[in-house]
Design a protein around this ligand. Structure first.
Ligand code: WTA
Length: 659
C-alpha cells in the first residue's frame, strides 16, 4: 500500500464505543439476527428484501453468477422502477404525503406530494416519448438540485431509458466526453443555476459542450434562473425545447411498463486510474432491492414518520441511491436543498433541519470538517432535537470529526452510521446498523447482513485481526455494477484481475481489521484521489495540465488536507522557452484544469519543478512527491534513476495556489 490516512494513527489508540440506547434498539428496523440470516441463506435473505418491492412478474432465480463477473439478479423478474418509487405509494393511499420538501438557494420552496410526483413523472415520461426517446435510449442530465432533476431521472426509468447524470460542476468538455461515450439522444439541463447568491449560466456551457455532438437530437431546458440571469440563454431552433412548454401540457396519465429485472437503469461516470472516465452501468431489480433495503436498515427509516435529508448532489451516486431510488422506494419524506451550506449564512443546514424537523441526516466528512471550522456555536443556535440518526459517506471519517458530529449535531444521542460503498457497488456495503452496533468513531465496522467483504493481503489471503491490506468483495451483491458501458474488458481488468484466482472484486481501497475484527477504511491504494468525497484520478488532472501549451510534463498527487480530505497538488515541468512559474502563469494553469475538468479538479497548489522523480523504468514516484506536498522529510530515494532530483525539486520550488 502506498498511502495511509491519518486515521490510522488514531486507530491504534481508539477505544471509545457507543452502544445504541435501549429505546432505539427496541424500535429498530434491523436486528442482530439479520447477520446470521444473511450468512445462512443469502438467496432467501435477498429474496425477502426484494419482496419489499412490487414485481409484475416474480423471478425464478435469485442470482445467476455462472457468467461471472457479469451477474444477473432476480432472473426472469419484471418490475417498473418508477412505479415502485412513486405510483404504488399513491395507490396505497399515501398520495398526500410529502415526498420532497424542496428548498431553493434564494429561499423559495416547493413541496411535492407523492401524488404530485406521480403527475410530474408521468408528464415528463410522456414528454420524453414525444421527443422520440424509447427504452434503452440514453438521456444525459446536467441539472442542479431542482425537483425536475429527480422527475427527469424517474421519467427515464419509467420508460426504460437510461439516464446519465453529469454533475453540474463538470466542464463542457467533461460533459461532452460523457454524452459521446453514451451516445445520448436527449440532454436535459437548465437555463442557469444559483450559486452562492448569484445566477450563473448553465445552458451556455451545455451548448458549448454539444457543438457538433452527433448523437444529440433534443435539449430540454428547465427554466430556473429566468430573468435573474444577466446573459441571454442561447437557443438552437429545432433542437432546444423549454421543459415547461413541453412537459406542462402533457397528459398526467402514463401506464408504466414492467421491464426485466436486468434492464439497464442508468450509467454514471466515475474516475478511474486512466484519464477516461468509466461509465458504471446499473440495472433495475437488484439495484433497487439493495438501495431500498440499505436505506431502510442503515438509516432505520420509518415511512410517514421520519424526515430524511441526504445532502449529496444527484450528480454523484449518493444522490442516485439515497435521494432518488432508495428513499422514494421506501416512501420517504425528504428535504432536497439546492444550494451551498453557507448561503446566505453558515447556519443554513441547521435552519433547514429545525424548520422541517429533519430526523435523519446523511452527509460527507468534508462538510462535517467545514462545520467544525465554522464553529460549534452555529449549530447550537438551532433546535436540532428532531435528529435521531446521522450518516457519513464518501471518505474515511476521522475520529475527531466523528466525535464533533456526535456531540454538536447529534447531542450525544444519535447513532452515527459511517457507510462505506462506491459508485460501483451501487448501495451501502459496510456500515453499522444503528439499533444493533456499538459504534466506534472512524470505523465503518462490518459488512451489512447479506453482504460479504474481506481484508486480504497481496496474495488474496484474509489477514487476521489487527492486520491490514486490501478490501475485497468476495460474493456478488444485488446492486453491483453490471459492467462498464461499452467496455467489458476494462470491467474485468479494473475490478476482477487483481484477485482473479479467488474471483474477488477489488475495490481499490486499503483497509484494516481492529482487534474486534471491525473494518477501518484507509483510503485509496491506486492513483485515484478523494477530494471532498469526489473521486478524481491523478491521470485526468495530469492530462489536463499537459494539454496546456506551456506544460511539458506533469505529475499530480493527493496531499492530506484538513478540510477536503485530500487536496490536489501538481508538479509541472514547463516547456523549454516557456515563460512561467510566476503567480499569474500558475493561476492560469489552475484555471485551465478547472476549465478542462471542472472547478472540483482545480489544483490546490502547483509547483514548477525542473525534473520529476522517476524510477529507472520511467515510473513517476508519487510517494516522494507526496512527501514534498505534505512538507515531510523526503523518504527513501534509492530507487530513483537520478537521486539528486529530489534536492533539485526541494531547493528550486516555486509554488502557487492556496487561495
Ligand atoms: C471512498 C461514494 C471510507 C472509498 C459512495 C471508495 C469511503 C470511494 C467511504 C467511492 C467511507 C466512500 N469510508 N472511504 N465511509 N465511503 N469512500 O464512487 O475510497 O464516489 O472507494 O462513491 O470513496 O467513491 P464514490
Amino acid at each position: 500500500m502506498t498511502e495511509q490516512s491519518p486515521a490510522l494513527d488514531n486507530l491504534l489508540t481508539e477505544s471509545r464505543t457507543f452502544p445504541p440506547s435501549e429505546d432505539f434498539a427496541s424500535r429498530a428496523n434491523a436486528t442482530a439476527d439479520w447477520y446470521a440470516k444473511g450468512d445462512e441463506d443469502r438467496d432467501a435473505f435477498w429474496a425477502e428484501q426484494a419482496h419489499r418491492l412490487h414485481w409484475d412478474t416474480e423471478w425464478s432465480q435469485v442470482v445467476d453468477w455462472s457468467d461471472a463477473p457479469f451477474a444477473k439478479w432476480f432472473v426472469g423478474g419484471k418490475l417498473n422502477v418508477a412505479y415502485n418509487c412513486v405510483d404504488r405509494h399513491v395507490e396505497a393511499g399515501h398520495g398526500d404525503q410529502v415526498a420532497i420538501h424542496w428548498v431553493g438557494e434564494p429561499g423559495d420552496t416547493r413541496d411535492l406530494t407523492y401524488a404530485d410526483l406521480k403527475r410530474e413523472v408521468s408528464k415528463a415520461a410522456n414528454a420524453l416519448l414525444s421527443l422520440g426517446v424509447s427504452a434503452n435510449d440514453r438521456v444525459a442530465i446536467q441539472l442542479q438540485m431542482v425537483p425536475e432533476a429527480i422527475v427527469a431521472m424517474l421519467a427515464c426509468a419509467r420508460i426504460g431509458a437510461l439516464h446519465s447524470v453529469v454533475f453540474g460542476g463538470f466542464s463542457p468538455s467533461a460533459l461532452r466526453q460523457r454524452v459521446d461515450d453514451a451516445e445520448a439522444k436527449v440532454v436535459i439541463t437548465s437555463d442557469g443555476q444559483y450559486r452562492r447568491g448569484k445566477a450563473a449560466p448553465m445552458k451556455a456551457n451545455v451548448d458549448e459542450a454539444l457543438e457538433g455532438a452527433e448523437s444529440v437530437e433534443k435539449v430540454l431546458v428547465v427554466r430556473r434562473t429566468g430573468d435573474d440571469l444577466d446573459a441571454e440563454v442561447p437557443w438552437t431552433e429545432g433542437r432546444d425545447v423549454w421543459w415547461h412548454e413541453l412537459v406542462d401540457g402533457q397528459s398526467e396519465e402514463h401506464t408504466p411498463e414492467a421491464f426485466d429485472s436486468e434492464h439497464p437503469l442508468y450509467i454514471l461516470y466515475t474516475s478511474g486510474t486512466t484519464g477516461k472516465p468509466k461509465g458504471i452501468l446499473h440495472t433495475s431489480g437488484g439495484y433497487l432491492t439493495q438501495a431500498a433495503y440499505t436505506h431502510n436498515a442503515v438509516f432505520d427509516h420509518k415511512p410517514g414518520e421520519d424526515v430524511y435529508w441526504c445532502t449529496a448532489d444527484i450528480g454523484w451516486v449518493t444522490g442516485h441511491s439515497y435521494i432518488v431510488y432508495g428513499p422514494l422506494a421506501n416512501r420517504a419524506t425528504q428535504v432536497v436543498y439546492e444550494g451551498t451550506p453557507n448561503t446566505p449564512h453558515e447556519g443554513r443546514h441547521w435552519e433547514i433541519v429545525q424548520k422541517y424537523k429533519v430526523s435523519i441526516y446523511y452527509t460527507a466528512p468534508t462538510l462535517i470538517r467545514t462545520f467544525m471550522k465554522w464553529g460549534a456555536d452555529i449549530p447550537a443556535k438551532y433546535d436540532l432535537s428532531s435528529l435521531r440518526v446521522l450518516g457519513s459517506v464518501g471518505e474515511p471519517i476521522n475520529p475527531e470529526a466523528w466525535m464533533w458530529y456526535r456531540e454538536n449535531i447529534g447531542a450525544e444521542r444519535c447513532p452515527i452510521v459511517d457507510t462505506w460503498w462506491q459508485t460501483e457497488t451501487g448501495a451501502i456495503m459496510i456500515s453499522p446498523l444503528p439499533g444493533v452496533t456499538s459504534t466506534k468513531p472512524g470505523s465503518a465496522q462490518r459488512p451489512l447482513p447479506g453482504i460479504s467483504a474481506k481484508v486480504v493481503d497481496d496474495k488474496g489471503d484474509e489477514v487476521g485481526k489487527g492486520g491490514g491490506g486490501y478490501l475485497v468483495l468476495d460474493k456478488p451483491w444485488p446492486a453491483m455494477l453490471r459492467g462498464i458501458w461499452g467496455d467489458n474488458e476494462r470491467y474485468r481488468d479494473t475490478y476482477w484481475s487483481r484477485f482473479a484466482d479467488q474471483g474477488y472484486y477489488f475495490a481499490g481501497d486499503g483497509a484494516k481489521y481492529d482487534a474486534d475484527g471491525d473494518v477501518w477504511l484507509l483510503g485509496r491504494v491506486d492513483d485515484v484521489m478523494n477530494i471532498s468525497g469526489h473521486r478524481i484520478s491523478t491521470t485526468e488532472v495530469e492530462s489536463a495540465l499537459v494539454s496546456h501549451p506551456t506544460v511539458a510534463e506533469a505529475a499530480v498527487v493527493g496531499a492530506t488536507d484538513p478540510t477536503t480530505g485530500q487536496g490536489i497538488v501538481a508538479f509541472v515541468i514547463l516547456r523549454g522557452g516557456a515563460e512561467g512559474g510566476g503567480d499569474e502563469a500558475i493561476q492560469e494553469l489552475r484555471n485551465h484544469v478547472a476549465k478542462e475538468i471542472g472547478p472540483i479538479a482545480k489544483p490546490r497548489q502547483i509547483m514548477v519543478v525542473p525534473e520529476l522523480p522517476k524510477t529507472r523504468s520511467g515510473k513517476i514516484m508519487r510517494r516522494l512527491l507526496r512527501d514534498v506536498a505534505e512538507n515531510r522529510e523526503v523518504g527513501d530515494v534509492t530507487t530513483l534513476a537520478d537521486s539528486s532530483v529530489m534536492d533539485l525539486i526541494s531547493s528550486g520550488l516555486k509554488t502557487g495556489g492556496d487561495e
